[in-house]
Design a protein. Sequence first.
Length: 369
Amino acid sequence: MVAVASVVVAVGTVTGTVSALDDGHPAKGAQPLVTHASALGPPSDVPTPSHGSAAPSPSGRATPKPVPDPSPTVRRSRTAAAPALLYRHFDSQVRDWLEAHPGDARRAVIESRIADRPAAVWFADFTPATVTARVRAVTSAAAARGRVPVLVPYTIPQRDCDGASEGGAPDLAAYDGWIDGFAAGLGSGEVVVVLEPDSVAQSDCLTEGGRADRFASLARAGRVLKAANPRARVYYDAGNSDWNPAAAQAALLRRAGAASPASSDGVFTNVSNFNRTSDEIAYARRVLSALGGPAGLGAVIDTSRNGNGAAPGGAWCDPPGRRIGPAPTLNTGEEGIDAYLWVKPPGESDGCRGTPGTFSADYAYELAG
């Protein structure tokens, strides 16, 4: 596989990915089993300048540096309608670990710096009969608390180019039906959807016809999600700053519907990767500039493991010396950057500190240190 930036390892499957604490203790429902921060900011329950078990994993095998892109044109600043707060879902592997290890010396650090912060809820298993109910369980709990959940649909056919995170729907027709079910659970509150990590940046394993068909389904997915809930904010896969050049990535994104306001609110970068926030901000702005589309398009960046930047040599599998990055927030203070999110739940292994997708307390403690 060439230049893979954000691989997600699916391990179990009840819901896809859950890994964030909520203000309350709802009954366990959507319990995904896939796996999937600079200075540590205040907890997300505090309106600051701006997660599940099924989560993404290795994100960044050594990838060649892209050819520098021309400087982007200056984009407008994006003003949030209100200081919304992100949702912390209760069902997660890290919360399960905390409950099972009340006397562990690492517990206080892991709880305060990781478990008490919002992370994305992944839906990585193809279960059409239950997806609506599982999505609704998360969105309704978030709405009841006045919070914004982050959801990650991750069932595109030929996911991860049939690599470590292979899986997904059997074909695009089945995927379209699954997305319909996913959309039916979105409710009417604000929600952020990180649509199919790697699906655009890592599409080179497909034939040209296969790629065109995938992009058509992704464009359709965005339209369906936003039609079901006009307050849904849908972001498309821009890979990361060490993957495709911004202009090339923008051309792919345009074909996938990311420039259309009917489908998209912008792009996401750095999912399951380690690149520094400053590098991702610059890259995301170049992508948005090359993408075109309405001025309101923005970007969200995964900062769950990028506090120390990428590991030497591009090591991607639970590399040592990494740290959590900026705290999740919907108010970054950065032009064109809508949010910093913890898409990959910190502490969930890429496969070297434990079974891919499972929680490693040692790794979590190191990341939080």
